[in-house]
Design a protein around this ligand. Structure first.
Ligand code: NDP
Length: 242
């Protein structure tokens, strides 16, 4: 059955792969983005998926953006994928309040901002899927990423708590925790560091964005209705927890 879906940061990298996987699964999709209009236009031209710009760190902007997405898709949002994320890496003893706040706002507060406006509609309709993109570094911690690790660990706590609240309303809430995936975010990592990282991944390669996209599409499917509050690790065996 076709559902109405919004993917944050859905025009590039992992988010683009998620938007495409949801479309391939038969859903109607809006992809949100922050400011890279050129990438968003290229994505829409290539896929036919509408791209809408708003800042996921801003509650009012999310409420307005979700309303626009509902108008675009012709009804209430059934699927939200909270994928947008940023890094502001640095050792903690040098970390600025801005680097802390920016990451918490975009990577964690965005989950509240994007889920709160749609939750009533999902509860009324008795069906919903919320999938949040965490990270291996939220599971294990990573030096140089106290802000990011804290935000991504918070994503897992958010997921478990909301999953409990919504389970009886037909709404599932899950996380995917990717390891290192070949996107612009990872391209920013210096090559010598990347070589060391790949050496520590049992499958001996970076992940591909569409491997995450397809995992998310499964969690959004009817077949995944008994899976809620879960964190699906997709990291090539780099970190095995739980
Ligand atoms: P990219 O940097 O390639 O893309 C990030 C996307 O998020 C872009 O579409 C960007 O929009 C959007 N975005 C950033 N800030 C905002 C904002 N304030 N409001 C709305 N959209 C925003 O990231 P990846 O594809 O690599 O990562 C996607 C997610 O996966 C992130 O949450 C990341 O933390 C997580 N992750 C990534 C891993 C990896 O190895 N790549 C590993 C583990 C987790 P625009 O195009 O306009 O800039």
């Amino acid at each position: 059955m076709a559902r109405r879906a919004v993917v944050t940061g859905g025009t590039r990298g992992i988010g683009a792969a998620i938007s495409i996987a949801l479309k391939q699964a038969g859903h109607d999709v809006v992809a949100n983005f922050a400011g890279n209009a050129e990438a968003a236009k290229a994505f829409t031209d290539q896929t036919g998926i509408a791209a809408l710009k708003w800042d996921v760190g801003d509650f009012d902007a999310c409420a307005a953006g979700l309303k626009e997405a509902e108008d675009t898709l012709g009804g209430g949002i059934d699927i939200v994928v909270n994928n947008a994320g940023i890094t502001r890496d640095g050792m903690f003893h040098k970390m600025t309040p801005e680097a802390w706040n920016d990451v918490i706002r975009v990577d964690l507060t965005s989950l509240f901002n994007m889920s709160r406006p749609v939750i009533d509609g999902m509860r009324e309709r008795g069906w919903g899927r919320i999938v949040n993109i965490s990270s291996i570094n939220g599971q294990k911690g990573q030096m140089g990423q106290v802000n990011y690790s804290a935000a991504k660990a918070g994503v897992i706590g958010f997921t478990k708590a909301l999953a409990q609240e919504t389970a009886r309303k037909g709404i599932t809430v899950n996380c995917v925790a990717p390891g290192y995936i070949d996107t612009d975010m990872v391209a920013a990592v210096p090559q010598n560091v990347l070589d060391q990282i790949i050496a520590g991944i049992p499958v001996n390669r970076l992940g591909k964005a569409d491997e995450i996209g397809k995992a998310v599409a499964f969690l959004c499917s009817e077949d995944a209705g008994f899976i809620t509050g879960a964190t699906l690790s997709a990291n090539g065996g780099q970190y095995m927890c739980g």
